[in-house]
Each structure stands twice: as structure tokens, then as C-alpha cells.
Design a protein around this ligand. Sequence first.
Ligand code: HEC
Ligand code: HEC
Ligand code: HEC
Ligand code: HEC
Ligand code: HEC
Ligand code: HEC
Length: 475
Amino acid sequence: MTNSKTLKTHSMKALAFVFIFSVSLFGQLYAAGDNVKGKSLFKTNCARCHYATDQKMIGPGLAGVRNRWPDESKLIAWIKNSAEFLKTGDKYANDLYKEYGGQQMPAFTNLSDQDIQDILAYIDNPPAEEKKDNAATATAPGADAKGDKGGMSSTQITYLLIGLAFVLLILSSALRSVSRAMENLQREKEGLGKLPESKPFDFFNNLWGWIVTHKKISFTIAFVILCWLLLKGFWALNNIGVYGGFKDKNGNVTGYMPDQPIAFSHKLHVGQNKIECTYCHSTAEKSKHANIPSSNVCMNCHKAVEVGPQYGKKEISKIYAAIGWNPIKKEYFQDYQNMNTEEVKKVFAEWLSDTKGAFEEVEKQIQKPVQWVQIHNLPDHAFFSHQQHVVVGKVECATCHGKLEEMEKVYQYSPLTMGWCINCHRQTEVQYADNGYYERLHNYYKEHYGEYEMRKGQAFTVEKIGGLECSKCHY
Ligand code: HEC
Ligand code: HEC
Ligand code: HEC
Ligand code: HEC
Ligand code: HEC
Ligand code: HEC
């Protein structure tokens, strides 16, 4: 009997080991860097000069860069400030610098070591692209933004836990059969005869038996799984009715930033090229909604601008594929929607033959309209008019949408809650001076109600003109 006792202690130790090992594996995956954060850091800081593949752009392709820099502290020092690092006389770095014609990489002293770890984690292991191929995402975008939150996606965690459970099952059944064999030997010695053959269901009985005899470990495992499920459920509940993004300390959601079908950058168009918002969002001053520009508007410029500074031909060609522009002949395809798709593909394959990996992405856009993922979306019961705010209220776009001229990718800047609307209505003064809308209104009053004097110089807020009345904002 002592034999099977020691066996049990051994099995307990083995299981504890597996458990601790898995937990530390978990920890390592987190510590090694967060590839999702890394992706956005990479896009904002590095992507204008580097691909995360092995393709060269202004700087070398960064795939496998860790292998080229065996000493990680040097790699981090290089990224933070390559000019300083060159002064250490490091041969590899100086050779590389010469190879790239003495081009200096900007210093990134604003990035922490952890940020750089995240970027490297992204380069090693880019997160899976989010789905963006159906219109449903435009109305219910909640699902695809979740991956932006944690280090590992919940699917990865699920697989890890399933894997762990599997290892435990196999281990326990193996230990069980060894223990049976030992016990049979013992019984033979004592002349008791063999234990009955094990039936298929014995596995579960055995498992249950194991759980009963190993209360502490079982309890710990159950506890961990339970905590995880609770956490997951909590997240799911938290996201009902909102669109991913992040919560501030008051629980308001901002920051929802989905991937778009074309890497359109406001920073480039508004910040660098100084294009007016209303050139593209032309209805913001005329109606309730600000429109998203159609591809025709893009073509005003992109017939001529064929190559972008960051993505080369790839992203701009998606506009051509959507609208039916033949970039080789510089003319629209005839009867594009009914054309043979294979013929169109040939043209784009030729056009993109010098840009690695571009055709595969542009292909998806052939003969399909660009489906931008909607970011801002009030519930149906709320009424909001751009015209009222932009033209009459003279509120700047940036007050509600943030500095688009600095955004590589648009995100939801304001919480769009009722509290947000009302707060502003309490604080903001009505701009009635030199305001056509109010002049017309006052002239109307004069005509219909006789003498009417506008009390000049007196400030009043939107609240005073009824901006807190339920019916103004609710249908
Ligand atoms: C303005 C262009 C530019 C930007 C932005 C830039 N780099 Fe570089 N990078 C270069 C160039 C050019 C080189 C080649 C060495 C040289 O000339 O200094 C280089 C080299 C490197 C190397 C060494 C590559 C190798 O093969 O060993 C690493 C690592 C690197 N960059 C990382 C980054 C990271 C991370 C970022 C973003 C935080 C970044 N770079 C941003 C231009 C840039
Ligand atoms: C060259 C055309 C162009 C210009 C100029 C432009 N935008 Fe946009 N804007 C777009 C496109 C295309 C989208 C949809 C893709 C995206 O979200 O990046 C968009 C999206 C947006 C969105 C998010 C819409 C949503 O889905 O909720 C806001 C807000 C916005 N733009 C505001 C502005 C403001 C403010 C300016 C001026 C500072 C501006 N835009 C200038 C083309 C433009
Ligand atoms: C008023 C002119 C104008 C309009 C309209 C315009 N663009 Fe651009 N676009 C530019 C310029 C200029 C560049 C930058 C070229 C450069 O810097 O090399 C550019 C670059 C780009 C790039 C390349 C990005 C990169 O870094 O590789 C993309 C993608 C793009 N535009 C998409 C669009 C889309 C989509 C629309 C329509 C919603 C649009 N543009 C409308 C002028 C315009
Ligand atoms: C007072 C705040 C406010 C101002 C100012 C404002 N917006 Fe908006 N914007 C919103 C809200 C709220 C939504 C969401 C509307 C909805 O879902 O019906 C929105 C949505 C949008 C959208 C998505 C399309 C739509 O209408 O749903 C675009 C594009 C946009 N705004 C562009 C602009 C531009 C360009 C300006 C400046 C000319 C501007 N906005 C000024 C609050 C504002
Ligand atoms: C940045 C400040 C600001 C925010 C945020 C804001 N508003 Fe306003 N709103 C104004 C101003 C200023 C006016 C006054 C325009 C005028 O003179 O008629 C106004 C007027 C209105 C009116 C017309 C009121 C009336 O009595 O005629 C409605 C309706 C309205 N807003 C709805 C909304 C909704 C819905 C939201 C939130 C989604 C919102 N507003 C967010 C500043 C804001
Ligand atoms: C300035 C505009 C504005 C005024 C005034 C306003 N609301 Fe709202 N309300 C909104 C917006 C925008 C939303 C949607 C935002 C959200 O779901 O967080 C909303 C959401 C709601 C909701 C749904 C809450 C939820 O969690 O989905 C209710 C109920 C509501 N409002 C009731 C009222 C009542 C009652 C009044 C009058 C006392 C009122 N509202 C006045 C803008 C307004």
C-alpha cells in the first residue's frame, strides 16, 4: 500500500508542476510584450520607414531583427537613440548605417522599454487582421474591437486553457493506469487477484476519484477557471450596447478605433496636405449627418497621386479596384461591374507586380464598393444635427472629434453619452452675434410680433434656449 501512497504524492507533485509551469508560461507571454499595443506603436512610429516583413523600405525590413541583435539591451538602446548608439562604435550598427547611406533614424526617447518590447512582439508575431468584409460590422462593430484590449486575445487564452485541461487529463489517466498496475502487483503478492478490467466510463470515474483525493489542487484549478469565466462574463456584460473602445474613469466609452478597408490617414490629408474637412465631409454644414466621401471624391486627386509615402501603391490601388480605374491605361474601365473579374485581376497584378504582397490585398476590393467601418453611432432614439452645431452653434469639428489632423486612424474622441451632450449645452453660450440663423429668426419675430428688441450683450447658454428639453434630442 505504501507504494501507491508514494505514487499519489508523486502524481500530486507532477500535477502541481504542470500547473505552475502553465501559469508561468502565461506570465511570460504577457511579459514578453503585447503585440496588439505594439502594432499601433509600430504604425505610428516606425511604419513610415519600416515594414514588419523582410522587405526594405527606407530602413531595413524588421522581420527577424532580434536574431540580428543577440544583445537585446543594445537593440533597445539603438531604437531609443540610434545616433547615440552609433557613438559606442558598435560595428554592426555602423556598417548598417553606412549601408543605408548614412540615413539617420529619428530618436524615440518617448518610447519606454516596455513600448519597444511591444513593438518587437508585434514584429515577431503580428496579431491576426480583423475581419472587415461585411456590412454588418458597420452597424454592430462591437465584436471586432475587443482584440485591441489585452495582451492575448480571449481565443488564445481559451486555447491555452483547453490545452492545459488536456494535459491534465492525459497525465491523470496515465498516472491512474500506472497506479493500477502497481496495485495489481501488490494484490498478486498478497494473493488477492487482479482488479476488475477498466470500463470506458472508468476514465471519468477515475477522474472524479482523482478530484476527490486531490482536493487542494482541484480546488485551485477550479478557482482559477472560475475567476477567468467571471472576468470574461464581466467584459461581455460591460460591452453591451457600446462599441468596444476604452472606458474612462466615469465609465464613458471613447477611443473606438476599428481597422478600415483602406489605410486612409487624416494626418496625411488634413495635417500635411491641408485639405478642408468639408471638401470630403461636404454635408456636415448642410444636414444632420456628415457624409463619408465616395470614391469619386478621392479620384479628384488620386487619378494623379498613385503612390503613397507609407504604403506605396498598395492602399491607393484599392480605390482604383473599387471604382474601376485602370491605372495602367489611366482611364476608367468600360462597364466595370459587368467585366470579367479575371481580366481586371490581370491589370492589377501587372500594376502591382513591383509591390510585394499588394495584389493579394487589392484583389479583395475588385468590383466592390469601399465599406468604411462606421465609428460614431448614436442610438436611433437620439437626434443630433451637424448643421445645427457647426453652422448655427459654430462649434468646431475638433471640439467633438478631436484633432483629426494628428490621427493616422480615426477613433471616437468623445463619449457621445447624454451626459456629454447636456454638459456642453449647460456650458456653451449661444453664438447669436453675427449669426445669419438668429438674424432671420429675429426678423421673423419682428414681422410677426411687432417691435422686438434683442437684448444685446447678454450671454445665455444652450440650456436657456431649451437645449436640455427631452424632446429636442429624443424622437
Ligand atoms: C525616418 C525613417 C525611420 C523611422 C521612422 C524608423 N527607422 Fe528604424 N531604421 C531606419 C534606417 C534608415 C535604418 C538603417 C540604419 C541607419 O541608416 O541608421 C534603420 C534601422 C533600424 C533597425 C536595425 C535593423 C537591422 O536590420 O538590424 C531597427 C531595429 C530599427 N530601425 C527599428 C525601428 C523602430 C522600432 C522604429 C519605430 C519606433 C524605427 N526603426 C523607426 C529608418 C527609420
Ligand atoms: C480627403 C478626404 C477627407 C478629409 C479632408 C477629411 N476626412 Fe474625415 N473621413 C474621411 C474618410 C474616407 C473617412 C472614413 C474612413 C476613416 O474613418 O478613416 C473619414 C472619417 C471621419 C470621421 C469618422 C466617421 C465615423 O465613421 O464615425 C470623422 C469624425 C471625420 N472623418 C472627421 C473629419 C474632420 C473633423 C476633418 C477635418 C479636420 C476631416 N474628417 C477631413 C475622409 C476625409
Ligand atoms: C485633395 C486631394 C486628395 C483627396 C481628395 C484625397 N487624397 Fe489621398 N492623398 C493625397 C495626397 C497629396 C497624398 C500624399 C501623397 C504623398 O505624400 O506622396 C495622398 C495619399 C493617400 C494615400 C497613401 C497613404 C500612404 O501613406 O501610402 C491613401 C491610401 C489615400 N491618399 C487615400 C485616399 C482616399 C481613400 C481618399 C478619398 C476618401 C483620398 N485619399 C482623397 C491627396 C488627396
Ligand atoms: C457638437 C459635436 C459635434 C461637432 C461640432 C461635429 N460633430 Fe461630427 N459627429 C458628432 C456626433 C454626435 C456624431 C454621431 C452622429 C450620429 O450617429 O447620428 C458625429 C458623426 C460624424 C461623422 C460620421 C457620419 C455621421 O454623421 O454619422 C462624421 C464624418 C463627422 N461627424 C464629421 C464631422 C465634421 C467634418 C465636423 C466639422 C465640420 C463635425 N463632425 C462636427 C458630433 C459632432
Ligand atoms: C461642444 C458643445 C456641444 C455638444 C457636445 C453638443 N451640443 Fe448640441 N448644441 C450646442 C450648441 C452651441 C447649440 C446651439 C446652436 C444654436 O444656436 O441653435 C446646440 C444645440 C443643440 C440642439 C438644438 C437645441 C435648440 O433648442 O434648438 C440640439 C437638438 C442638440 N444641440 C443636440 C445635441 C446632442 C444630441 C448632442 C450629443 C450627442 C449634443 N447636442 C452635443 C453645443 C453642443
Ligand atoms: C442634449 C440632448 C439630450 C437631451 C436634452 C436629453 N437627452 Fe436623453 N439621450 C441623449 C443621447 C445622445 C442619448 C444616447 C446616449 C447613450 O445611449 O448613452 C440619450 C439617451 C437617453 C436614454 C437612454 C439611456 C440609455 O442608457 O440608453 C433615456 C431613457 C433618455 N435619454 C431620456 C431622456 C430624458 C427623460 C430627457 C429629458 C429630461 C433627455 N433624455 C434629454 C441626448 C439627450
